[in-house]
Write a new protein. Structure first.
Length: 365
């Protein structure tokens, strides 16, 4: 095992993995590497070849993330993402390929999303998307370039968020709760590695599809929260990620206006709910601004101008709002895949969703 990272914390994690692997009878070589630097990668590869006699598989999983629009992207962050994501994976592959050519069943597996040319997936996170799709393009190019060398080059991406430190940093405990365990990606990768280049190369695969195609249909063991069900939703960096289906309010007919949507909700707000919530929510829905006041009395909703402010400000399209109130979209998943932008207290934003979840279909509508 060649573990490439630039984090001392990650090294400590890999030392734990080393112990686990060796306890199971395997061999492991943790390496601390900043993949922006060729000499560090070369040294790690040399150590790996010396210890194991060669390299059979490369997994390009190192990554940097920054979910900002063009004007809010610092060039230092842009350079970091390009250096680690696009350049780093390309360089690591380049240096490993001479050794992979000597392997019996060589593989390069990039953890990267399938290509999607719809511009809305790029608009809110352009710099990150450029860096990540650079990794994706490497799959297309290298799979063809090294087909004659029998090197399988494929991409793997999770259908849902994966319960890692990165997701926790982005979406906190709520994000982790709605994620799957890292084991689903590991098991999917293992299945991919059982195939040869003739059978599988240049493919963009989703973790649970790989498992189901291999006959593994019960995936509940991979859920951080067992029993969670998933519904497909597109996203810019959790491509083909899923929203979790929760028992939200499901109207018998789709409301025709934003006013209808909010009134159906506020009709069921009580004094106790307001006392517990204590938050003012400002919604920007396709440029229309609505203020949901849940601090006094039984609360109220009203349309306001764009100068209004709230404790939590949420920006989304009308279709997303309808999805949140109909059970088709989960707020945490929408936030992580870029369909819902939140300013202010993220926990208060997710508390609003929990409030919606507590309203049953039959008793409230």
């Amino acid at each position: 095992m060649l573990a490439i990272s630039d984090s001392v914390f990650t090294l400590c994690l890999y030392l734990c993995i080393l112990h686990t692997v060796e306890e199971a009878g395997g061999l492991c070589l943790p390496c601390v590497v900043d993949i922006r630097f060729e000499d560090q990668i070369s040294k790690a590869i040399e150590q790996t070849v010396d210890k194991f006699g060669g390299i059979d598989i490369l997994v390009n999983n190192a990554g940097a993330i920054g979910l900002t629009g063009t004007l809010n992207t610092a060039m230092k962050r842009f350079d970091l993402m390009m250096g680690i994501n696009a350049r780093g994976s390309f360089l690591t592959s380049k240096l490993c390929i001479p050794h992979l050519k000597k392997a019996k069943n060589p593989h390069i597996l990039n953890i990267t999303p399938p290509l999607n040319m719809r511009p809305n997936w790029y608009a809110e996170n352009l710099a990150y998307a450029i860096s990540k799709y650079g990794v994706t393009l490497s799959v297309l190019g290298m799979s063809e370039e090294f087909k004659s060398d029998r090197i399988a080059v494929n991409a793997l991406w999770p259908r849902t968020a994966i319960g890692t430190a990165a997701v926790e940093a982005l979406a906190g405990d709520i994000g982790i709760k709605y994620s799957r365990k890292p084991e689903i990606m590991a098991d999917a990768a293992y299945i991919i590695f059982q195939h040869t280049c003739d059978q599988m190369t240049g493919q963009f695969m989703i973790d649970d599809e790989v498992l189901m195609n291999a006959g593994i249909t019960d995936l509940d063991c991979y859920a951080v929260t067992p029993g969670t069900k998933y519904e497909k939703v597109q996203g810019p960096y959790f491509k083909r990620a899923d929203a979790l289906v929760q028992p939200l309010i499901i109207p018998t007919t789709t409301p025709n206006s934003l006013h209808d949507i909010f009134i159906k909700f506020t009709n069921h707000i009580t004094v106790d709910i307001v006392k517990e919530t204590q938050c003012v929510y400002l919604f920007d829905i396709d440029g229309d601004h609505w203020l949901l006041e849940l601090k006094n009395g039984t609360g109220y909703i009203k349309q306001v101008d764009k100068s209004a402010t709230g404790d939590v400000e949420m920006t989304m399209e009308k279709s997303v709002l309808i999805g949140l109130f109909s059970g088709k979209i989960n707020a945490a998943a929408a936030y992580m895949n870029g369909k819902l932008k939140i300013k202010g207290n993220l926990e208060k934003a997710m508390e609003l969703e929990r409030l919606i979840n507590s309203m049953t279909i039959n008793s409230k509508l």
